[in-house]
Ligand binder design. Structure first.
Ligand code: ZN
Length: 446
C-alpha cells in the first residue's frame, strides 16, 4: 500500500461534475487512486507540499506521432502544406527502426510530462526495418506515463495512386494480423489501465476502403477504440470528393467510423452537417491547433463542436508539424485560436483547460482519468505559480493566460514522474544525447 498526501493546495481545480475550485485542500492517494479530498488530512506516507500552488488533473494528449521527434524543423518541410510536407518526410521516416522508435517515443513523452501531461495516445503508422508497436509501448512504460498507443497503418503506396512511398506500406492482411497480436498482447480494458491499444489506419488517403471497414469490424470485435486523421485541410476534402465521391464525414459513417469508440484528429474542415453527425454519434475529435497553424490547415470549429456536444480533446500532433510537444502551450494556442475567428469571449481559459484534461480523457474513453475526485486515478499536475511568469496574476486558475508552461510535479497513477520540474523516471540528458545522435545519423544519410 503506497499512500501519498498532496498537502494544502493553494487552489485545486477538480474538473469534477460541478467543476469545483477548492482553496487550501489536501488530496489523499492510496495505491494509485484518489481516496479523499478535504482539509487537515493526515498520512503515514509521503507528503507533497502544495501551498501556493495550482493543482489540476494531469493533462491528456489525444493525438501524437512520437517518432517524428527525430524530424523536427527539417528545412525542406518547414514551409510546406500537408501533402508536400509528407512527401519530404516519408523517405526519412523509411530509414527508422526499433531503436529510433524507442528513443523518439521517450523524448516525446518526456517533453509531454514536463508540460503536465499524464496520459497520451500515440499514432504509430509506420513500421519500417522491423519496428513494432511493442517498441513504443516498452519506451512508455519506462517513462511512466499512462499510454494509449494505436497500431497505425498505410497500405496504398505511390504505385497505386496513394501518397506514401511503396517502401513504407504494408500488406493489409499483415496489418490486420498485427493489430490482433498487439491488442491481445498489450490492451488492458480494466479501470486504471496504464496501457490501452487502439487501431488507427493513417488516413483515408493512405489505406483502402476495405482496410478502413475491416479495421472498424476488428475494433468492434476486440472492444478497442478507433483513430485516424480526418478532414485536415482543403486538399484532404478535395481528395475525399474526388476518390470517394463524398465528404469525409459520410465516408467515415459508411465504414463504421463514427461512435463513442472513435476519435478523429484535426477535423478542421468539418461542415455543419458533419459536426451534427459527430455530436449525435458522440464521435470524438483531437484538436491540434499548433499543427493546424504550422501547416496552414485552418481553424477547426471547436466552439461549434462544443456547443453541439461533440467530445473534444487536445493533441500536440507529431513533432514534425508543431514542432514542440508542450501540451499546456497547446491548450493556450487552442484558446487563442478560437478567439481569432470568434472573438475574445469564444473560449475561456477555464473551458480550454477542461478540454485539455477531462475533455481529452473522455475522448479516449477514460472517465477514470482527467478529474480529481475520490475513486479516480491519481494523475495530478502541480503548478508552481510563484515564478516570474505568473507574478502579478490575479487569477491562478487562468493557467493558460499567465502560465507557467512547465509543471512542478506530476503524478501518474500516484507515482512521481516529474519532481521540481525534472523528470525522475529517466536520465533525460542521456536520452537527449541518444536522440541527437540518431538525428545526426538520419541527416548524414539523407
Ligand atoms: Zn497527426
Amino acid at each position: 500500500m503506497q499512500e501519498i498526501l498532496i498537502k494544502d493546495a493553494g487552489l485545486l481545480l477538480t474538473m469534477d461534475g460541478d467543476r469545483r475550485e477548492l482553496a487550501g485542500s489536501d488530496i489523499l492517494i492510496l495505491d494509485g487512486k484518489i481516496t479523499e479530498i478535504g482539509k487537515d488530512l493526515i498520512t503515514k506516507g509521503k507528503v507533497i507540499p502544495a501551498r501556493g500552488c495550482l493543482v489540476t488533473p494531469g493533462l491528456v494528449n489525444t493525438h501524437h506521432h512520437m517518432f517524428q521527434s527525430l524530424t523536427r524543423a527539417v528545412p525542406a518541410a518547414q514551409d510546406a502544406l500537408l501533402f508536400d510536407w509528407l512527401k519530404v518526410l516519408y523517405p526519412i521516416w523509411a530509414r527508422l527502426g526499433p531503436e529510433e522508435i524507442h528513443v523518439s517515443t521517450q523524448v516525446a513523452l518526456a517533453e509531454l510530462a514536463l508540460s503536465g501531461c499524464s496520459l497520451s495516445s500515440d499514432h504509430l503508422y509506420i513500421m519500417p526495418n522491423g519496428a513494432r508497436l511493442d517498441d513504443s509501448i516498452a519506451a512508455a512504460s519506462e517513462v511512466g506515463l499512462r499510454f494509449h498507443p494505436t497500431r497505425g497503418s498505410m497500405s496504398i503506396g505511390e504505385s497505386k495512386g496513394g501518397l506514401p512511398p511503396d517502401s513504407l506500406i504494408e500488406a493489409e492482411r499483415d496489418i490486420l494480423e498485427d493489430c490482433i497480436r498487439v491488442v491481445d498482447a498489450f490492451h488492458d480494458s480494466a479501470e486504471g489501465a496504464m496501457c490501452r491499444v487502439g487501431l488507427a489506419p493513417c488516413s483515408p488517403f493512405s489505406v483502402s476502403r476495405e482496410l478502413m471497414r475491416d479495421t472498424a469490424l476488428l475494433a468492434a470485435d476486440k472492444q478497442v477504440m478507433l483513430h485516424t486523421h480526418l478532414a485536415e485541410n482543403d486538399q484532404d476534402i478535395a481528395y475525399s470528393e474526388a476518390h470517394f465521391g463524398c465528404r469525409p464525414g459520410q465516408y467515415a459513417e459508411e465504414l463504421g467510423w463514427t461512435g463513442p469508440h472513435v476519435w478523429h484528429a484535426h477535423c478542421v474542415k468539418l461542415d455543419a452537417g458533419e459536426v451534427d453527425l459527430f455530436a449525435r454519434s458522440k464521435t470524438g475529435v483531437a484538436h491540434c491547433p499548433c499543427s493546424n497553424c504550422r501547416l496552414g490547415s485552418g481553424v477547426a470549429p471547436i466552439r461549434a463542436m462544443r456547443d453541439a456536444g461533440v467530445p473534444v480533446g487536445l493533441g500536440v500532433d507529431g513533432s514534425a508539424s508543431n514542432d514542440t510537444g508542450n501540451l499546456v502551450a497547446e491548450a493556450r494556442q487552442a484558446m487563442l485560436l478560437q478567439r481569432v475567428t470568434r472573438g475574445a469571449d469564444a473560449m475561456s481559459a477555464r473551458e480550454t483547460l477542461e478540454i485539455a484534461t477531462r475533455g481529452g480523457a473522455d475522448v479516449l474513453g477514460r472517465p477514470d482519468c482527467g478529474r480529481i475526485e475520490p475513486g479516480k486515478c491519481a494523475d495530478i499536475a502541480i503548478w508552481d505559480i510563484s515564478g516570474v511568469d505568473t507574478a502579478g496574476s490575479w487569477d491562478p486558475a487562468a493557467l493558460l493566460l499567465a502560465g507557467p508552461m512547465r509543471v512542478r510535479d506530476l503524478l501518474v497513477q500516484g507515482r512521481e514522474v516529474v519532481r521540481h520540474s525534472q523528470l525522475v523516471t529517466l536520465d533525460l540528458p542521456h536520452l537527449v544525447e541518444r536522440q541527437n545522435r540518431l538525428t545526426r545519423q538520419l541527416m548524414e544519410s539523407a
